[in-house]
Design a protein around this ligand. Sequence first.
Ligand SMILES: Cc1ncc(COP(=O)(O)O)c(C=O)c1O
Length: 472
Amino acid sequence: MRHMDTAAYMRETYERSTPSSASAARRAARSLPGGDTRSMTWHAPYPLYLTRGEGTRVQDADGKWYEDMIANYGALAHGHNHPAIVASVAAQVARGTAPGGPTAVQYEHAERLRSLNPSLERVRYCNSGTEATMWAVRAARAYTGRDVIVKMDGGYHGTHEWGQVNAFFNANRSAPAVLDGLPEAQLAPGVPLTTANDVVAVPFNDAAALGAVLDHLSDQVAAVIVEPVLGVGGGIPAAPGYLAAVRRLTSAADVLLILDECATLRLGPWQVKHGLTPDLTTHSKIIGGGLPLGVFGGRKDIMSLFDPAGSSPIYHASAFGGNSLSLAAGIAALDRFGKDEIGHLDRLGERLRSGVDAAAASANIAARAIGEGGLSYVHFGAAHPRNAADTARLREGRSELRSLLHLSLLRAGFLTAPHGLLCQHVLTQPEQVDAFVEAYGNALDTLHPYIATHHPELITGPSGATLHPDAS
Ligand SMILES: Cc1ncc(COP(=O)(O)O)c(C=O)c1O
């Protein structure tokens, strides 16, 4: 293979080995735009259609098995068809899924969650992370009587209107920043421009910028919402002391702090590991054991606004909110998610990050793993990003390269995603991580000639030093 042909060769190899996914994609496109129903899971030339999951592996429509290194974008922690979760769901299905009144599985699930995360004095259930953050913000606005939300530039909290402001995806409209030096508001297609009146984005890991916004607007701000690890914005962990500073600034300004731990429950959750108490928290993903479930909760005085017997309650309805099936699956999952499992995921994540860093160094390619605990991302470039603007710079002009790495890893039998997220299951063993690291190193070796031609700034010397003046 000549290096000029690497990209074409990778795509052809993918297409040759996935004919059933290709025909599924053609058929699906007759019903679903692009042949998929989640923007995140689509990739060029067409995504793999998956037919089955077993333990830590998934099978595609052509019968090939892949080691699952992404765990449904971090939404799963117990693999696929875990016997205890299957049994719990089967038992619940036989009793009914949504009887139309409160059920014991609601408080039984809540008791388990509260023992994992004691800041959840009271909780309410919904069906997704999008809904959880929407309701947490609604609660903050109702409690404070203020409308403005401060979020992070590149922070991802779901697909509702305010969540799609500076959310790191395609934006087609912008509005000026409220203060000089802040990123301008970037709005996704279809989000009303007026949304920018009530949402201010600040750079992650920049306490001074947040302090300036709170000084400027504090009597209008209901809450600051932040992910402890900026996920979609690049997998960037909060710098040491940053979130403690955010807590101090919000308390001093009498503004609520919402920690979006939809993705970071798998870290402990983050707030328990790092000893930080927010006013409100959101969780989703692994709390449903593979079924849709979201939760928001926190301080009793704030959450009491949802008490229907209160004087002016927030109306929180949802036909399938708190449905028994998701909660039954979630109970089985949470019963298997304690210190041992969290510690195991942490160790797998550390092993993975140090392994892929060593593999990149020995392939003489500037690529770094970043993340915390069982949540990792890989980026091309020599430096770790500190905020979403850094991530955007690291990705600029490198989407074909990221796609080729993804296709190479699929060829080697590992399911990942082009944006670089890597997540394991509690069933994953260190040997599986080591096998992935080896495949990753082989993929970088294969891509070396392509990288030398198209991205010479990413070629490093034996010492790990980049050889190009534009390396970043
Ligand atoms: C931190 C965070 N918040 C919210 C969401 C939205 O969750 P959902 O996709 O369930 O709506 C996600 C999903 O990726 C997330 O990672």
